[in-house]
Design a protein around this ligand. Sequence first.
Ligand code: CUA
Length: 363
Amino acid sequence: MTTPTAHPQNLAPTLRRLLIIAFAAVMLVAVLAACDTPLTTFEPRSDATQRIHTIYIFVIVAASIVGFLVLAAMAYILWKYRERPGHTAQQIHGNTTLEITWTVIPILILVAIAIPTIIWIAGTTADPDEDALHIEAVGHQWWFEFRYPGLGPDGGDLVTANELRIPVGRQIAITLEAKDVIHSFWVPQLVGKTDMVPGRTNILEKFTATEIGSFYGQCAEFCGSAHALMRFRVHVDSHADFDRWVESMNAEPVEPEAGTVEASGARVFGNFCARCHTIQGVSTEEIGPNLTLFGDRATVGAGILDSTSENVKAWVSDIRSIKPVLETTNAMPTFYVGDPDVDQLTEGQVDQVVAYLKSLKLR
Ligand code: CUA
């Protein structure tokens, strides 16, 4: 009989393969660690998401402890009662104490999870605070409209689109509606998601932002070809900055100086864009997103691109090169693709209107 021996020449490739796999795993972790996670729920920045985060961590920790104890007990029992020569297993028929114990312990754990969960879920429908800021969010294919009742001109609505501004430390009460199909409002770091349903007003959980900053929002219900590109931002401002923004939104816009590119752009806007877009004090149609103080927006195209002049130009010229938007009645037309049969504007006119839009800034 020969004794099996390890062959060093066979071991080397196996070892090398293992080392390569280990190296690849380390590199993968390093790459993933560098990922941008704008939709993270692990960094709550409001009281509402802090509650969700707390209960999430509690459940994960409880489940991990239970999982570890069960697996450890299993491993111990498998080892202790393994088959051994000259050892016969003892036959038993149930153990009442053990069965009561493993029924009662899970009940206690589930109750411990259920109590805070039920209390917090009940709290999501609580009435808003007296000084809460009320906002109406309306979902459209594929952008978000935000209305602040009472903060607009003459006590009417102040309207903006795709970038919601709220003050830090003040409770926010948002009602949700939809114009066409079902959308869903979700700002992972500020508030849990709630559907926006046509013909129905849903009430979002009240929340108070705890930190100044910009946060990502995303439509979270499939709503057509551009669903994935239906995003928005929430800018949490200081109280002073928020008040200044409200004041500026209501102020009469500054007329561009005669003879400038911006003045030409204002004319193009009046002849074309004003058929669908409102700029406070300039136009009133509400078919497309409100563009008041557009020059201060961080993004263009419902939160998908940085609002650089190049991106705004690409968006105004041909939105279909950026978003899969169909040619429907309410959709933005293609304005410039370099084809005289299609173009409604020249490239120069697009540049003018971009300069005009970028000049609409906070004062
Ligand atoms: Cu709107 Cu998805």
